[in-house]
Design a binder for this molecule. Structure first.
Ligand SMILES: Cc1cc2nc3c(=O)[nH]c(=O)nc-3n(C[C@H](O)[C@H](O)[C@H](O)COP(=O)(O)OP(=O)(O)OC[C@H]3O[C@@H](n4cnc5c(N)ncnc54)[C@H](O)[C@@H]3O)c2cc1C
Length: 234
């Protein structure tokens, strides 16, 4: 159910004021230091921005799509790097769990995503698989009740901040039906991050490679629990 109109109007005017009084004045800092000041990240958490689209039952605000678009219009009045801080949490990082996750996965992850305690990134792209994402090569081999993941993910937004990744890997044969979506905690042994990418624009946003070398992920971390559904989850 969408956030009621009166509460939404209050949220929208709070976001407008935040953009005007806190974010726009911080644009020079962003440009010079290539980072979003930590006190602004904390303010975003306090405002509930990390959980804008997470349903209220999981601790979020539960905006409808049209309400989210209106908030995004306001955030569009300043540098995109600010929205990028929480953009993966309310979008590609958490939506797979929201749409396809088991009840346990939703209860475990979504409240922490909504509060900003856990930053989630989305790891699909690879050095040789971008537009043609179904050709991805990252392998997930079953070993007992774990999968062993090997591969490299490229241009992963918020990877340096991430506590976990929604990560696509191949559990089966070629094509989309061989791909599964995993929840991969960022502190698992065998995960390395590449150097932060230097971009032509979007100062303050963070992307980098995520390299997986024999990373053991519990089979229970497949979103929805069923292998081969990753492309639908995405
Ligand atoms: C700032 C930034 C943040 C990103 N964040 C993430 C992230 O968080 N997670 C993630 O998984 N990925 C992320 N990506 C990766 C992004 O999804 C890929 O860059 C995108 O899918 C394109 O893939 P590619 O870069 O390999 O380009 P390619 O697929 O190699 O495409 C290069 C060019 O060829 C064109 N092209 C490709 N195929 C065809 C075709 N069949 N016909 C005609 N033209 C074609 C494309 O339109 C493009 O202009 C990010 C990228 C950027 C730049």
């Amino acid at each position: 159910m969408a956030f009621d109109t009166e509460s939404f109007d209050i949220l929208l005017s709070t976001v407008q004021r935040f953009v005007r009084e806190r974010l726009v004045p911080a644009e020079n800092h962003l440009e010079e230091h290539d980072e979003v000041p930590p006190e602004l990240v904390d303010a975003m958490k306090d405002m509930g921005l990390f959980g804008l689209t997470v349903p209220e039952e999981f601790g979020g605000i539960g905006l409808s799509v049209s309400q989210e678009v209106q908030v995004n219009f306001e955030l569009g009045r300043t540098a995109p790097a600010f929205r990028s801080v929480f953009g993966t949490n309310i979008g590609i990082g958490s939506q797979g769990i929201l749409m396809d996750g088991t009840p346990d996965q939703k209860a475990d992850y979504l409240p922490r995503v909504a509060s900003g305690e856990l930053v989630m990134s989305f790891a699909l792209t690879e050095p040789d698989a971008g537009s043609d994402a179904a050709s991805l090569k990252t392998k997930a081999d079953l070993d007992g009740d774990h999968y062993v993941l090997n591969g490299t993910k490229r241009f992963i937004t918020n990877a340096p901040r991430a506590g976990a990744f929604t990560l696509m890997a191949r559990t089966g044969g070629p094509g989309a039906s061989g791909i599964s979506a995993f929840i991969v905690p960022a502190d698992l042994s065998g995960i390395k991050l590449g150097k932060k990418d230097k971009k032509m624009g979007q100062r303050g946003t963070m992307t980098c490679d995520v390299i997986l070398e024999n990373v053991r992920v519990p089979a229970a971390n497949i979103i929805g629990g069923v292998p081969g559904q990753g492309f639908k989850t995405r």
